[in-house]
Design a protein around this ligand. Structure first.
Ligand code: ADP
Ligand code: MG
Length: 319
């Protein structure tokens, strides 16, 4: 059976001041039915651009090449009708800041109801009961009066729960969550991650979890794709990837997880920053920050290194 989501050699550039800035430079990965896959990497590595282009949600200045198929249907340059049908019916998307995706002048009941009407064609008479069921499912109070609340009357965690209720209203086979808990405080973060995990189990939903937080990856994901400067640095089952990283970037990231350090130790951060799209070497983009870099690293693209079920691209691999 073919993968639910297949991304092949995805390239995304932005036109800026007459120049083309390459944000994503040939990314490929699969997501199988029911599987949770992390897209992980520091800020600026191209995670959001990759996630957004899988559902053609990037704005007009983006130039997208390559192929993204959902259940065999091509999404790149698909017509609006096809995209509308897939988004919402098959794939739901939740973002970091729910306030930007919720309508501030519409009650939460009306917003969940709209999703039910558009994507499930639920008649008005049965919609109210379903809205209340969904609110209950995501752990929000579901009495009649609650449906009439506006987003500004809710906390950040409650708003993210409303976003999840809207995403679930469509009963998607795939949920793409872009940093869904980054804007929330730690206890609420854990609750929202638990909620997503519960929904996955209950509905057999696949999930792409976009995050810069390896703790989130370890707790919630089966497989991870480590991105750096618009490319895949390493990909594999989470336990293998954390236990025996190949790429020096993954190794450095794993070194930043609290559990890998003695209690009370200062969290190591990787020195330096992801180079901007216009300033990347021909070889490995991590070379400038890598303690183990060889002469060849910056000048030539790194080779593929396979270990067990995982693969990395590194001239001087860690294990
Ligand atoms: P991440 O989600 O991993 O933090 P992004 O995918 O948001 O990173 O961004 C990757 C790169 O693409 C960044 O260098 C960012 O500045 C650039 N970028 C993202 N969106 C746009 C845009 N609309 N126009 C121009 N450049 C963009
Ligand atoms: Mg992002």
């Amino acid at each position: 059976m073919t993968a639910l989501l297949k991304v092949r050699n995805l390239k995304v550039g932005f036109r800026q001041d007459g120049q083309r800035v390459a944000a994503v430079k040939g990314v490929s990965f699969d997501v199988e039915r029911g599987e949770t896959v992390a897209l992980v990497g520091e800020s600026g590595s191209g995670k959001s651009v990759t996630a957004l282009s899988t559902v053609s949600l990037l704005g007009g200045s983006a130039e997208v090449e390559g192929s993204v198929t959902y259940d065999g249907r091509e999404m790149v340059h698909a017509d609006d009708k096809t995209l509308r049908q897939i988004r919402g019916n098959d794939i739901s998307f939740i973002f970091q800041e729910p306030m930007t995706s919720l309508n501030p002048i519409m009650t939460i009941g009306a917003q969940i109801g709209e999703a039910l009407q558009i994507h499930r064609r639920l008649p008005a008479a049965s919609r109210r009961a379903e809205i209340k069921r969904l609110l209950g499912l995501v752990g929000l109070p579901s009495e009649d009066a609650q449906l009439d609340r506006y987003p500004f009357q809710l906390s950040g965690g409650q708003r993210q729960r409303v976003m999840i209720a809207i995403a679930l209203a469509c009963e998607p086979a795939l949920l793409i969550a872009d940093e869904p808990t980054t804007a929330l405080d730690v206890t609420i973060q854990a609750q929202i991650l638990d909620l997503i995990a519960e929904m996955r189990q209950r509905f057999g939903m696949a999930c792409v979890m976009v995050t810069h937080d390896l703790g989130v990856v370890a707790e919630t994901c089966d497989r991870a794709i480590v991105m750096y400067a618009g490319r895949v640095a390493e990909e594999g089952p989470v336990d293998e990837l954390f236990g025996a990283p190949i790429h020096r970037y993954t190794e450095a990231l794993v070194g930043t997880i609290p559990a890998a350090n003695p209690p009370g130790a200062r969290l190591p951060a990787i020195p330096g920053a992801v180079p901007p799209p216009g300033d990347r070497p021909a070889g490995c983009a991590f070379a400038g920050r890598c303690e183990h870099a060889l002469d060849v690293c910056a000048s030539r693209p790194p080779p593929e290194v396979r270990r067990g079920a995982h693969v990395g691209y590194c001239w001087n691999p860690a294990s």
